[in-house]
Every structure is written in structure tokens, then in C-alpha cells.
Ligand binder design. Structure first.
Ligand code: NAD
Length: 425
């Protein structure tokens, strides 16, 4: 159901306008929030292994920093676009505000096909990105992290380049780093863990018992896989999993760890429908990603891409609850339909905030030079996501709106107030 024609920036702006209208945000503040503060674009020349030099269009969009330094990941990919990065940067502003973090929102991207790069080419591109934008980055300015097709190794190269260019150690300049360079072990699984906490909270709210709660997860990458494992370990019944090449479904339940082992061996999850413990011994079916979205389950977790639930398929969504681990998986038009159907949607700015919360803990620890255990990180993360969930639900109840709008009201009012206090607009 990927409908790339839907512009995520249009969706982000519609969501902003809806919340701003309820809050009666001043037009000049709304104007500030509708556009990024800084939109940096440049071509990065990269020496390729064959001796040629190729230029890659690179972006860093800094949406707002009224509450603290800009914060947001960098994604590499052929489909990266300026509008997508602008939308993601705006969503980061709401996410950090809602979670109560002292950060603003940003996002970065490079238009490239990282799957075709050698390790050396990837390293030169990563270093080139920092060379291009170094004066705009730093622990008190703008702190990048990994996103799609970037990882801890990419952050290590970027940090190393940043420290070479600035002449001092600054581990807090990037988060999502390898543990040896000041990263935290729990960062990798943090978004999935935060999503698991969000599922626990919505289960409590709607009185769903894990054992009788069927969950379908679209996307079996970092976020989807980790969320699946935490949910499975807590007793939830994972009945469907998917990757870009297809999905598997078994109403008796799937084992995510076995599914991952099989996926790594076979290359795609659709090959894993009848492999021992993956399906607990009973035959399951291969279905399409579109069919996965429309399964008769209790909880649907989109954990892959934007624009998966649209006006076209929203009426066919049977799940009682949608927990958005991907960024922007539901369009505003689909949101309205889900609201009419009384589907509970736990929005992305809340459900997938675990990643940036863990990044915040990493930044704090780097600044202090004092490190916590993974259990302490999970404990602090769980408390923070639980508190944000409770506040968003309470706010939505107070204004008689959905949880997304409740979350936006909280996030937006805080950012707007900080802008007003700073003055100068
Ligand atoms: P990833 O690259 O590790 O995994 C993406 C997964 O989605 C892969 O399994 C891929 O095969 C699958 N996929 C791709 N196209 C698909 C399609 N059409 N249908 C079904 N599956 C498809 O990425 P990730 O880090 O897990 O990120 C997933 C989503 O979560 C993104 O929207 C990202 O912005 C969001 N997110 C990630 C983090 C994080 O910490 N990694 C934090 C917040 C939000």
C-alpha cells in the first residue's frame, strides 16, 4: 500500500494546523513552526573505488531548536527527498517535546543507493557529510543519530571526522554510536522497547490481556524485530510478520527469534512460513504486505514506511489498535476514518520515541562521562514513555480528540511557549 504520491510534508503540516487551531497558536508562531529554521543542502563529492568522483545530494533540515539543540537521524537512500526530510524533522520537534527532552527537531539524508557502496565508499560518504555540515553540528547545536540505512559504524566515522575537524573529543556530538565510542548497548533495541512499553500501556487502557492479544507487525528490521521479540517474551501472540518482499501469517502464533534466524538464512521472511518453531509446528501462510495490514488482529504495528494506512485501505483495517512504530505510516485522511471506526491509534511521536529517548540518555552520559547499565536505561526509558503516554491520553480526553492530537497539543504548546519566551519573532 506504499503510496509514494502522498507527500509526508503535507501530512505533517495538516497535523500541525489541526493542533494549532485547537490551541489558537498565534499566526506568527505557526508560521515559524510550519517551515524549518535551517534547510541545508549540498553535494558531497565522493571518490569511488573505480577512481571516479560522484556527487551525492545531501540534506540537513533543522526544524526548530527553541527547547534545545536540534536532534534527529540521518538516512541514506535513493528515495530520500527534501520534503520527506522536512516532515521527519518537524515530527522530531514534536517527539522530543512530548517526551520532555531538552532538544529540538532535525533530520538528515543523502540521496544515494547505499546497498551498492563498498565499505570504503560508505565511509568516504559519511565523512564527506560531516565535512560539508560541520559548522552546523555539535553537542550544543545539532546532534545526528542513525536512521534508515545508517548505523553505529556510520556514526563512528562521522564522530571521528567531526573530532578531527574540530580538534577535540566530543562524543556527545552523535548518538547511536558503538559502545566502545560512548554509545549505549540498549540504543539498538530502544525504539522497539519503547514501542513495547506503548503496547503495554494501551493494553492496560483497553484491558487487553497479552495471551489473548493477536499482533501483526509490518516491517521486520531493527524496530519491528525488537518490538516483536519484547512482545513475544511478554506473552503477546505475534501472528504476522513481514519485510519488503512479503509477509507470513499464522493465527496460532509465530516465534520472532526463529523467524529472524530463518530470514537471515533465506534472505526473506516469506521463505520462513513453515520452519519448525517459527510457526510452532503448524503450517502458516504467505500473504502480501497489503493483506497483513487488513488482518483481523487486535493490534497492528506498522514498523516499516510512511503512508501505509491511507484513505484507500483505512476502512479495511480490522485491528482495534494501531501502534505506529514507523514514522508517518497513517495519512491524515486515514486517521479520520480510523477515528470514525473507533480504532485507537498510538501515534508515531509517542510510540517510537524510545529511540530518541535512549539517544538523550547517551548524550547525557557522554556529557557527564558516567555510564549506566542497560537495565537502568530500560527502566528510565520505560518511565519516560509511560509518562508521555499518560499525559497524551489525558490531554486527548480533556479536549475530546484522538491520542495523536492530544500528543500534538502537549508538544506544540511547549514549543510555542518556548518560542514566545525567547521573543524576537
Ligand atoms: P530498517 O531498515 O532496519 O527496517 C525496515 C524494515 O521494513 C525492513 O525489514 C524492510 O524489509 C521492511 N520494509 C521495507 N519496505 C517494506 C514494505 N513495503 N512492506 C513491509 N516491510 C517493508 O529500519 P528501522 O530502523 O527498523 O525503521 C523502520 C521505521 O521506524 C522507519 O519508519 C523509521 O523512520 C522508524 N523509526 C526508527 C527508529 C530507529 O531507532 N531505528 C526510531 C524511530 C522511528
Amino acid at each position: 500500500m506504499a503510496t509514494s504520491a502522498i507527500n509526508p510534508l503535507d501530512s505533517a503540516r495538516k497535523q500541525l494546523r489541526a493542533a494549532a487551531a485547537i490551541l489558537k497558536i498565534e499566526p506568527k508562531v505557526l508560521a515559524v513552526l510550519s517551515e524549518p529554521k535551517n534547510e541545508l543542502t549540498d553535494d558531497i563529492p565522493v571518490k569511488m573505488d573505480d577512481g571516479s568522483t560522484q556527487n551525492f545530494n545531501s540534506l540537513r533540515v533543522q526544524h526548530n531548536d527553541a527547547l534545545g539543540p536540534f536532534k534527529g537521524g540521518i538516512r541514506f537512500g535513493p528515495g530520500v527527498s527534501l520534503d520527506e526530510v522536512k516532515a521527519l524533522a518537524m515530527w522530531m520537534t514534536w517527539k522530543t517535546s512530548l517526551a520532555g527532552l531538552p532538544f529540538g527537531g532535525a533530520k538528515g539524508g543523502v540521496i544515494c543507493d547505499p546497498k551498492k557502496f563498498s565499505k570504503g565508499e560508505l565511509e568516504r560518504l559519511s565523512r564527506g557529510y560531516v565535512q560539508q555540515f560541520v559548522e552546523h553540528l555539535g553537542p550544543g547545536k545539532d546532534i545526528p543519530a542513525p536512521d534508515m540505512y545508517t548505523n553505529a559504524q556510520v556514526m563512528a566515522w562521522m564522530l571521528d571526522e567531526y573530532e578531527k575537524l574540530t580538534g577535540h573529543h566530543a562524543p556527545a556530538a552523535f548518538t547511536g554510536k558503538p559502545v566502545e565510542l560512548g554509545g549505549i548497548g540498549a540504543r539498538e533495541s530502544a525504539t522497539g522497547y519503547g514501542g513495547f512499553v506503548a503496547v503495554q500501556q494501551v493494553s492496560k487502557l483497553l484491558k487487553l490481556k497479552p495471551k489473548s492479544t493477536a499482533v501483526a507487525i509490518q516491517g521486520f528490521g531493527n524496530v519491528g524485530h525488537n518490538a516483536a521479540q519484547f512482545l513475544f517474551d511478554a506473552g503477546y501472540k505475534i501472528v504476522a510478520l513481514s519485510d519488503s518482499q512479503g509477509a507470513i501469517y499464522n493465527k496460532k502464533g509465530l516465534n520472532p527469534a526463529a523467524a529472524m534466524t530463518c530470514k537471515l538464512e533465506k534472505g526473506k521472511i516469506a521463505e520462513c512460513y513453515y520452519r519448525g518453531s517459527v510457526v510452532n509446528g503448524s503450517k502458516s501462510g504467505v500473504i502480501s504486505n497489503d493483506e497483513l495490514l487488513e488482518l483481523d488482529v487486535d493490534i497492528l504495528i506498522p514498523a516499516a514506511l510512511e503512508n501505509q494506512i491511507t484513505a484507500k485501505n483505512a476502512n479495511s483495517i480490522k485491528a482495534k489498535v494501531v501502534v505506529e512504530l514507523a514514522n508517518g505510516p497513517t495519512t491524515p485522511e486515514a486517521d479520520k476514518i480510523l477515528q470514525q471506526k473507533k480504532t485507537t491509534v498510538v501515534p508515531d511521536v509517542l510510540a517510537n520515541a524510545g529511540g530518541v529517548v535512549a539517544s538523550y540518555f547517551e548524550w547525557v552520559q557522554n556529557n557527564y562521562g558516567y555510564y549506566w547499565t542497560d537495565d537502568e536505561v530500560h527502566d528510565k526509558l520505560s518511565k519516560l514513555v509511560t509518562a508521555a503516554f499518560a499525559k497524551a491520553v489525558a490531554e486527548s480526553g480533556e479536549h475530546n480528540v484522538d491520542i495523536r492530537t492530544g500528543a500534538y497539543l502537549l508538544a506544540l504548546s511547549k514549543v510555542a511557549r518556548a518560542i514566545e519566551l525567547r521573543g524576537g519573532i
